[in-house]
Design a protein around this ligand. Structure first.
Ligand code: ZN
Length: 125
C-alpha cells in the first residue's frame, strides 16, 4: 500500500530529527502532501496514528496540508492552478485550464515532505 510506506518513511524522518534534538516528546508535526502524489490524506492520517503508537510521536498532533497542483503551460504560457480531472483518483490527467493542452510543466503538487516538527526537549540542568 502506497500510503503505508509513505507513513512509515515520514515517521522515521520525524523520529530521527526528534532523537538528534534530544526530544522527550513530539508535540506537533506538519506534513505536506501534493495532490499529485495520489496519497489519500485521511488514510495517511489514520496510518500515522497507528504507526506512532509507542514512539516519541505518540499523542502528537499531526497536521496534513494538501498542496494543489500548479503548472506552467508550454503552449499558452498560462501559470497557475491546474485543471485536474480527479474523478479517477489513480490516473490524474493534468491539463492547462486555459488552452486544454497537456504539454505543461508541473511546478507544485508532487510534494511529500515533513514540513514542521515541534518537540519538547529535556530540561538542561
Ligand atoms: Zn495553456
Amino acid at each position: 500500500m502506497h500510503e503505508l510506506s509513505m507513513a512509515d518513511a515520514m515517521v522515521k524522518t520525524v523520529l530521527d530529527v526528534a532523537e538528534k534534538n534530544n526530544a522527550t516528546e513530539v508535540i506537533e508535526v506538519t506534513i505536506e502532501i501534493g495532490k499529485l502524489t495520489m496519497l489519500n490524506p485521511e488514510q495517511l492520517k489514520f496510518l500515522l496514528d497507528v504507526i506512532v503508537e509507542n514512539t516519541l510521536l505518540e499523542g502528537a498532533k499531526i497536521n496534513i496540508e494538501e498542496i494543489p497542483v500548479e503548472l506552467n503551460c508550454n503552449i499558452c504560457e498560462y501559470k497557475g492552478l491546474a485543471d485536474m480531472d480527479d474523478s479517477d483518483h489513480y490516473l490524474a490527467i493534468v491539463k492547462c485550464p486555459k488552452c486544454g493542452e497537456r504539454n505543461v510543466e508541473i511546478t507544485t503538487g508532487r510534494e511529500c515532505n515533513v514540513k514542521n516538527i515541534k518537540i519538547e526537549k529535556e530540561e538542561e540542568v
